[in-house]
Each structure stands twice: as structure tokens, then as C-alpha cells.
Design a protein around this ligand. Structure first.
Ligand code: NAD
Length: 245
């Protein structure tokens, strides 16, 4: 079950934390994984560690916000069967936490660039090949900030994450007859060293713990597999029960 051995996967922002967990799990299921990160050293280190464990992985460093760089990189990779849009703000505190009134257009442009345009750029680069081959899986890692909202000072991040969710639903419907599924995972409080959600929210997680990269990676393995062909256009909340629907 969930055999990915014939598949090529591109995981963005896979140089640490959640993306690394996803890349490692897809490789363990047999996929050849292209490990993207904007930081070359991180991408190379993760790809090397997967190879050391017997998996197939290649570093693919590029900036997902640069559409030209994305196109060039994907052309070099060749057919991509599984795209995981994971690059975004998260554990390394690259995000500015401030009330909206204290933010500048540069702040919100940076958040929307990576969390929305990064997704569009990568999808645009891989989609034609998926349509041609009649098979594809697109998975976007989002956040409760994009579904429920939050008062933690990340309004532009919410806009980027929410925009990507809306984009993914329409992308899914537009391509549903082409063997392509497109789903999003809205994450709650994660154990990646992030200060994104603390205090009140942490105490309110029904299952009593934060999520881990392994939790996310397991769902990605399912969504990347043949077995998930009837699930598309969904936003799956992976949050320990914080947001029952
Ligand atoms: N950590 C959390 O608590 C949390 C919660 C909800 C959602 N998320 C989402 O999950 C995803 C992963 O989160 P994380 O905590 O592992 O993030 P992280 O910040 O730890 O890692 C993200 C990786 O993406 C890379 N990256 C950043 N910008 C990039 C770009 N423009 N092009 C290519 N790579 C780029 C970074 O170098 C980094 O290695 C993100 O999309 C994040 O928004 C995280």
C-alpha cells in the first residue's frame, strides 16, 4: 500500500523540519525525491542523508518565489509526478509577528510571495506534464491561519495560506478529469520549534500534543499514492482535533 516506487516527487522547502519529514517518507516509500530548498546546503544535506539511508534523492535548490528559476529547475528535473508545496514561513521564524497596522507592504509581499506565489509557480511548472501523462498529485501544506484565522500577528501569512487553499480547490476541479488530484493540509500547532502558536492554543489541542513532521508525512504519502485517487479539492485539517468540521 502507498507504493511510490515509480514516482518522482518534488518537495519544496524540504531542507528542514516538516519538508524534510515529507521528503524522507516519500523516499522510504520508493519515490525518487527532489529535495528543494532556497538554501543550497540544506537541500544537499537532506538529499545526502536520504541516499545514505538507501533512498533515491537529488538536491534541487531554487527559490519558489522566482518563477523563472522554478521553470528552469523543473525542466532540468524532468517529469514530476508528485509536487508537495511545503516551502513557507514556519519553524525558522522567518515570519514577522506584528499586528497588521505595524506591518509594511514589504512584510506582506514577502509572506504572500512564498506562501501563494511559490505554490502557483511550482504548480504551473509541473502541471502540463501531469496532464500529458494523465496522472499527478499536488499537495500544498497550509495552516489553520489560512482556514480559521488567528490573532497572533500573521495577517499576510493568513492571506497567503488562504489564497493557496482557494487556488488548490479550483486547480483540483479544473484538472479532476486528467488523473490529477490536488489537496491541501491545514496544519495546527506543530512541534518544529515554531513560536507561531503558543499558550492558549497549545493548551486547547484535544489530542494533547503538538503535531510532528511524521504526522504530516504520513498523510502526504497517502495523498501521493494511487490509492487516494478519489480524494481531491480537499483541505484536510491536521491539527489534533482543534477544528472539527
Ligand atoms: N511549523 C509550524 O508550526 C507550522 C504550522 C502550520 C503550517 N506550517 C507550514 O508548514 C510548512 C513547513 O513548515 P516548517 O515549520 O517546516 O518551516 P521551516 O521554516 O522550518 O522550513 C521551511 C523551509 O523552507 C525553505 N524556504 C523558505 N522560503 C523558500 C523559498 N522561497 N524557496 C524554497 N525554499 C524556501 C526554508 O529555507 C526552510 O528550510 C510551511 O509552509 C509552513 O507555513 C508550519
Amino acid at each position: 500500500m502507498f507504493d511510490l516506487s515509480r514516482r518522482t516527487a518534488l518537495v519544496t522547502g524540504a531542507g528542514q523540519n516538516i519538508g524534510t519529514g515529507i521528503a524522507r517518507t516519500l523516499a522510504a516509500r520508493g519515490a525518487t525525491v527532489y529535495v528543494n530548498d532556497v538554501l543550497v546546503d540544506r537541500a544537499e544535506a537532506v538529499a545526502e542523508s536520504i541516499r545514505v539511508d538507501g533512498g533515491h534523492a537529488v538536491a534541487a535548490p531554487f527559490d519558489v518565489t522566482d518563477s523563472g528559476a522554478v521553470g528552469t529547475a523543473v525542466a532540468g528535473i524532468g517529469p514530476v509526478d508528485v509536487l508537495v508545496n511545503n516551502a513557507g514561513n514556519g519553524g525558522d521564524r522567518s515570519m514577522v509577528l506584528k499586528p497588521f497596522l505595524d506591518l509594511t507592504p514589504d512584510d506582506w509581499r514577502a509572506a504572500i510571495d512564498v506562501n501563494l506565489y511559490g505554490v502557483l509557480n511550482c504548480c504551473h511548472a509541473v502541471l502540463a506534464g501531469m496532464v500529458e501523462r494523465g496522472w499527478g498529485r499536488v499537495i500544498t501544506i497550509s495552516s489553520l491561519a489560512g482556514t480559521m484565522g488567528t490573532r497572533l500577528g500573521v495577517t499576510p501569512y493568513s492571506a497567503g495560506k488562504g489564497g493557496a487553499l482557494a487556488f488548490m480547490r479550483s486547480l483540483a476541479l479544473e484538472n479532476a478529469r486528467s488523473g490529477i488530484t490536488a489537496n491541501s493540509i491545514a496544519l495546527g500547532l506543530m512541534d518544529t520549534g515554531s513560536g507561531e502558536t503558543t499558550g492558549e492554543i497549545a493548551r486547547s489541542i484535544p489530542v494533547g500534543r503538538r503535531g510532528t513532521p511524521a504526522d504530516v508525512a504520513a498523510l502526504c504519502a497517502y495523498l501521493a499514492a494511487d490509492e487516494s485517487s478519489w480524494i481531491t479539492a480537499q483541505t484536510i485539517h491536521l491539527d489534533g482535533g482543534v477544528s472539527p468540521t
